[in-house]
Write a protein that binds this ligand. Structure first.
Ligand code: WT7
Length: 639
């Protein structure tokens, strides 16, 4: 990279590998974004071309109107022509002593078709919802693509979510079939996922459960409902005609945390999602046939959908699917994987980078990581310190750092400076992708000046993969994303500013979302989970800064009865873990007599956070119960 003042630009080597090398692409796209997206869409295979590329009135927009397609024909069939025997997936197991697996494009094609045929026999039809509760094993990709092959709508539930979290998602989606696993490995230990899945099935419409064999653990079995994956694919044909989908047909639902406890099902559609996943992966990571792409995100999150499944397959890339944890069995595992496979593009989260940084550079000495060409970051703001460390110690000053900003709702990356163009600035995501209009506006919707913080919004025509709705909840959809600017702009909920160079920096959230080790949660959902503990009368959760995880939740709970508080903290932790999952475990739980409130009864979470971090509390005169603060102080920091 070449440094000019505080900015970095790609050198000749970085430019050489890039698809997009000239700044002029921005002006071209800005002139007519719709036309620009049309030109990329033409690189893909469609059954029928669109009559109009963009239509509708926000919040109800449409892309590629009238077009027909099947995403799997682009992920699989198309690649059989020139990449039939190329490796699609390199699967690296949790236990580094177990054998890795590779799956070629042809093998993947056959497996997907077999499972698609099997799903049909189980009664799955176009438009039906299929729940997928699988860890990072090849069958999760096969299952997603098999659904897409027959036009079923998949809804993947993160395998570390609890059975209750699975249940509410399956219920909301109205899933008919669930695909899960007997058990899986994480840090050498087996998680009995089938057992958890069974608990989550109660009160859902799921009729059949397909079980993949991975860990070989003993599992509960319900005859007539449960079936082994290997049994139902055996004997199935490896050809399955792809369902012809309308560009605006639903493709998948991915749940993301809501502020009250009920998750929102972000709905993505076939055409627009395909185009964004393809183009963003191609341009941002500059994928070519020589790349080994590794996105560390779990498939249960949108990053996993787009960059550990659809994006690389649409580009005919070889990508790594890693079952394990980057620091298991040793803190250098991730660097070992990079060298073992000659990873060229590495995409991870700031929480991982902070952990690598904390483990020090000594352990990295045996690794050259010389194959790396592009590095990415996603999920939360990356600090200047972490950016510089990543740049110097992993990329050796050679690789551009792409700080990619996007959301479950946008389906694909929409902001990051491009590797062949730049500029890059530590802690800044940089420029919106060509063809995307990201603006920072004030409350009235007026554009902010450089350096002025405001709300990060999208102007029309938004992006092809923007969510089309919240599953079965139109009100939530309009309230959450469109009401703020009267349907004119898409409201991301993020706060940020553009610097004098026009580079975007996202600083945080306007709402109660917190990022715990990159996982999206809301303090609201944590509170409603905590209130399920029997002794809790009232609860407030705040996010506090954590060196590695970024943020961690801290809970303040008021007991129903001051004399019945035995085991209360443990019960609150248990309620949160069983409602959401271990990722949401509070860092601390404080049992307090009262919560600070305004005269109108609003809990002042800001004060609670400051008490915890021992910051200056400021003016407490607007509180209805200022005395509560003194007592909380004594609980949090006992003398
Ligand atoms: C929220 C979306 C993006 C896909 C994975 C997470 C925060 C995400 C960045 C970044 C600053 C970021 C935002 C966003 N976020 N990337 N590069 N810089 N903040 O998707 O779980 O839907 O979370 O993550 O607050 O709204 P998600």
């Amino acid at each position: 990279m070449i440094k000019k003042g505080e900015l970095y630009y790609p050198d000749t080597a970085a430019k050489k590998r890039a698809w997009l090398k000239s700044k002029s692409v921005y002006a071209l796209a800005e002139k007519n974004p719709v036309k620009f997206w049309e030109s990329v869409a033409k690189e893909l295979v469609w059954r029928k071309k669109w009559t109009k590329a963009y239509a509708g009135t926000p919040p109800h927009i449409k892309w590629f109107v009238g077009a027909k397609l099947n995403i799997t024909e682009n992920c699989l069939d198309r690649n059989l022509v020139t990449r039939k025997n190329k490796v699609a997936i390199i699967w690296e197991p949790d236990d580094s002593n177990q054998a890795a697996r590779t799956i070629t494009y042809y093998q993947l094609y056959r497996e997907v078709n077999k499972f698609a045929n099997a799903l049909k026999k189980l009664g799955v039809k176009k438009g039906d919802r299929v729940g997928i509760y699988l860890p990072m094993i090849p069958e999760v990709v096969i299952a997603m693509l098999a659904c897409a092959r027959i036009g079923a709508v998949h809804s993947v539930v993160f395998s570390a979510f609890s059975s209750q979290a699975l249940q509410v998602r399956l219920q909301d989606a109205g899933a008919k079939v669930l695909v899960t696993v007997d058990g899986y490995y994480r840090r050498g230990k087996i998680t009995d996922l089938k057992k958890q899945a069974d608990e989550g099935l109660e009160g859902t419409a799921v009729e059949r459960v397909v079980v993949v064999k991975r860990a070989g653990n003993q599992i509960p079995w319900t005859q007539a409902r449960d079936v082994w994956y290997e049994d139902i694919v055996r004997g199935e044909s490896d050809e399955c005609a792809a369902a012809v989908m309308d560009a605006e047909d639903p493709m998948f639902i991915l749940y993301t945390s809501g502020s009250t406890g009920k998750p929102k099902g972000a709905l993505h559609t076939c055409g627009g999602y395909m185009v964004s996943a393809y183009a963003s992966d191609k341009w941002i990571f500059d994928l070519t046939d020589d790349d080994i792409f590794w996105s560390t995100a779990d498939i249960g999150w949108v990053t996993g959908h787009t960059y550990s499944c659809y994006g690389p397959l649409l580009n005919g890339t070889t990508f790594i699917q890693f079952e394990g944890s980057p620091d298991y069995p040793n803190p250098d595992r991730w660097a070992g994987v990079i060298d073992k496979y000659g990873v060229t593009v590495f995409y991870t989260a700031p929480t991982a980078i902070r952990m690598f940084m904390k483990n020090g550079t000594d352990i990295l000495k045996p690794y050259t990581m010389k194959t790396l060409e592009v590095l990415g970051s996603v999920g939360e703001p990356i600090s200047e310190k972490a950016w510089n460390w990543y740049f110097k110690e992993v990329g050796k000053g050679r690789c551009p750092i792409l700080d990619t900003w996007w959301q479950t709702e946008t389906g694909g990356i929409i902001a990051t400076s491009l590797p062949g163009i730049g500029p890059f600035k530590p802690a800044h995501t940089g420029l919106a992708l060509p063809g995307i209009r990201i603006r920072v506006v004030d409350e009235a919707g007026k554009l902010c000046k450089p350096g002025q913080e405001g709300s990060v919004v999208l102007f029309p025509p938004f992006c092809p993969s923007l969510l089309r709705g919240v599953w079965q909840n139109e009100q939530k959809f309009t309230d959450t994303y469109w009401s703020q600017y009267k349907n004119k702009y898409y409201f991301s909920g993020d706060l940020g500013y553009k610097d004098k160079n026009g580079l975007l920096r996202v600083v945080g959230r306007a709402d109660d979302m917190i990022k715990v080790a990159g996982h999206r949660l809301t303090t609201g959902e944590l509170e409603s989970a905590a209130c399920k503990a029997p002794q809790v009368a009232e609860c407030a959760v705040v996010g506090v800064v954590d060196e590695i995880k970024g943020e961690v939740p801290v809970a303040f709970v008021v007991p129903k009865s001051q004399t019945d508080v035995a085991g209360m903290k443990e019960n609150v932790v248990a309620a949160i873990r069983s409602t959401i999952g271990p990722i949401a475990t509070p860092h601390e739980v404080f049992v307090v007599t009262d919560l600070p409130k305004t005269r109108s009864g609003k809990i002042m979470r800001r004060i609670l956070r400051k008490v915890f971090t021992k910051e200056e509390l400021g003016d407490l005169s607007t509180l209805a119960n200022p005395e509560s603060v003194e007592s909380i102080k004594n609980t949090v920091n006992p003398a």
